[in-house]
Design a protein around this ligand. Structure first.
Ligand code: G3P
Length: 216
């Protein structure tokens, strides 16, 4: 399973990359706005830290505008993955970028049919938003299960990138279902290693070791 960080914050990306377990980064206009800095400069810096797919989202709503932005963003680095909205225009742009060999990530996906369209359009990644579905009393993980089943039924190579992750349970459920990628905030990434019994166990080992370490 691949771990992506869902942030445009350089410090968080550096910390996650230092674990050796970071496979990529996803950004979106809201995450970039939080950092209050130039989008292209931030993307360039991220590409220098992480050697994996770095999603950069277009803001145009028409295919022509999306393709123009995509071509410009793709020039930043070969790892830039173009994030496109799940609309007919986004799908058309995805199809064209697929034919040109540019990696894409179809985002704001909330139904299995949208995910099927993304796969047919040749998307590299599809991003279903589990947390936002949970927010409206719909189990987001059911969608992941449906998409993984559909993709397996037809052997689509589009990778399921679980997004809008809000807790380690989302990561666990995604892993149990067999989703290819989870993108998560740095806070969730950090929580994955934590277990109180691990901390208690380390403390106990160290205390016991203190009792005998100076014995000759
Ligand atoms: O990857 C999409 C993500 O940034 C959205 O997360 O928490 O705003 O629903 P959230």
């Amino acid at each position: 399973m691949k771990f992506f960080l869902d942030t445009a914050n350089i410090d968080e990306i550096k910390l996650a990359a230092a674990t050796g377990l970071l496979d990529g980064v996803t950004t979106n206009p809201s995450l970039v706005a939080k950092e209050k800095r130039n989008f292209r400069a931030a993307l360039k810096e991220i590409c220098g830290i992480v050697n994996g797919p770095i999603s950069a989202e277009v803001v145009s709503l028409d295919t022509k505008g999306m393709l123009k932005e995509a071509k410009d963003l793709a020039k930043i680095h070969e790892n830039i993955t173009i994030k496109l909205p799940m609309t007919w225009d986004g799908l058309k742009a995805c199809r064209e970028l697929y034919q040109e060999g540019v990696k894409t990530n179809l985002t704001l996906v909330f139904s299995p049919m949208q995910a099927l369209l993304a796969a047919k359009a040749g998307a590299t990644f599809v991003s279903p938003f589990v947390g936002r579905l949970d927010d409206v009393s719909t189990t987001g993980m059911d969608l992941i299960e449906q998409i993984v089943t559909i993709y397996e039924n037809y052997g689509y190579s589009t990778e399921v990138l679980v997004a809008s992750v809000r807790s380690p349970i989302h990561v666990l459920d995604a892993a149990l279902i067999g989703a290819h990628v989870v993108t998560m905030p740095w806070g969730i990434f950090q929580q994955l290693v934590k277990h109180p019994l691990t901390d208690i166990g380390i403390d106990r080992f160290l205390k016991d070791w203190d009792k005998v370490k100076n014995l000759k």
